[in-house]
Design a protein around this ligand. Structure first.
Ligand SMILES: Cc1cc2nc3c(=O)[nH]c(=O)nc-3n(C[C@H](O)[C@H](O)[C@H](O)COP(=O)(O)O)c2cc1C
Length: 110
């Protein structure tokens, strides 16, 4: 199973998380959300992970248009990892709702 990991980081913790997960998974591409030019729905991966820092009890501003650009591919597994400092609040619910608004389901959140 091929996984694409998209990350948004301020100080590097989310990048570290993406790299660590990629190592565990064995075969995973890592792409920065702020610089990625291609729409994630064009990814040929079976699973798509979105890894981001929690900012002010929610999603960082730049992650939102990125999620809006996602399109649910048939059979694709989407998951989110909210890297935080102890106050994740409702960030994963915000992500779930945002994904739902775009017509697809978050498989899991961590
Ligand atoms: C502007 C700002 C807002 C933050 N807001 C939260 C927050 O609401 N809840 C939380 O748990 N951590 C918060 N943090 C801490 C980061 O989520 C945490 O340090 C995280 O590990 C940083 O990940 P990064 O290195 O990928 O940016 C905030 C950090 C910054 C700089």
């Amino acid at each position: 199973m091929k996984t694409d990991l998209f990350f948004y980081t301020g100080t590097g913790n989310s990048l570290w998380t993406a790299r660590t997960l990629a190592e565990e998974l064995g075969e995973a591409g890592i792409y920065p959300i702020s610089r990625t030019g291609f729409a994630p729905n064009h990814s040929g991966a079976d699973a798509v992970g979105i890894i981001f820092t929690v900012n002010i009890w929610g999603l960082p501003r730049k992650v939102i248009p990125f999620i809006n650009a996602l399109a649910g591919g048939p059979g694709k597994y989407y998951f989110a990892i909210a890297v935080n400092a102890g106050q994740v609040a409702a960030t994963l619910l915000q992500m779930e709702k945002l994904m739902e608004c775009n017509g697809f389901i978050a498989g899991s959140g961590f």
